[in-house]
Design a protein around this ligand. Sequence first.
Ligand code: NDP
Length: 268
Amino acid sequence: MKKFAVIGNPIAHSKSPEIHAAFAAQFDINLRYTKLLANEGKFAPTAVSFFERGAGANVTVPFKEDALRFAEELSQDAELAGAVNTLSRQGGIIKGDNTDGIGLVRDIRDNYQYPFTDKTVLIIGAGGAARGVILPIARENPTSITIANRTHDKAAALVKQFNHYATISALTFEQLSQPFNIIINATSASLTGQHLPLNCQVFSPDTLAYDMMYASEATPFMQLASACGATAVDGLGMLVEQAAKSFEIWHGILPETRSVIANLRRNL
Ligand code: NDP
């Protein structure tokens, strides 16, 4: 039986084993997918020991950059994201990929039916999550990508890194004065229930406001977007879609995701 795992710290909350079990059941694939807690600074020994027998691993907070260094070969998405969330043993080597960005794109484009093509996109935040989604969004040909971050220099650095791939610019929160078609909250503000310094000018009735975080209740960002007349959704579908892409990398088949998202939503 092939062995898979998700490596992180903390890891108890992870829904990945549940998601991969649901995917595997769709194809009668027999696999073992476990949660693996790695101590701080101990990602590499944990991964070495896992890959003595393991076929693939997902990697989550705080080890995505360690996984980038651990991989012997990288996909373009992983290289530009500066982070790896999917490791695979292929032949004698360990390949590193990043499926977070394609997960976000599929959730917004396919599940919520908001294509990025010819749309204005605002990404709030300039940490690892923001960096990981820029290239997959750029491939969808939006009109423009704007990045706003509390620490403006980090947004400016992302613009410099990605300006060959998209029409991309950085604005401060104070400079945000017009509506965007798609607004993605890639900050960790929702984790602590903090409010972002945004006003209703950035939202319109056509705006999709997407919080990468997910919870049983609307986040402060989603509450603001709804109050300003936009459609507000969370990132549960992104979690499932990034897992689906990892599953495809490991098993060569793309699972159906909607029923899996619906089941997780019922149990949030
Ligand atoms: P990082 O720590 O790398 O970056 C955090 C970002 O949030 C920075 O841009 C930081 O700004 C900003 N920020 C934090 N607090 C505030 C605040 N109070 N006001 C304004 N900005 C704030 O985190 P990640 O990029 O790794 O993760 C961000 C989020 O994305 C997390 O909530 C994570 O759960 C989510 N995520 C969801 C996924 C999914 O599958 N649904 C997948 C991956 C991530 P500054 O630079 O100024 O510090």
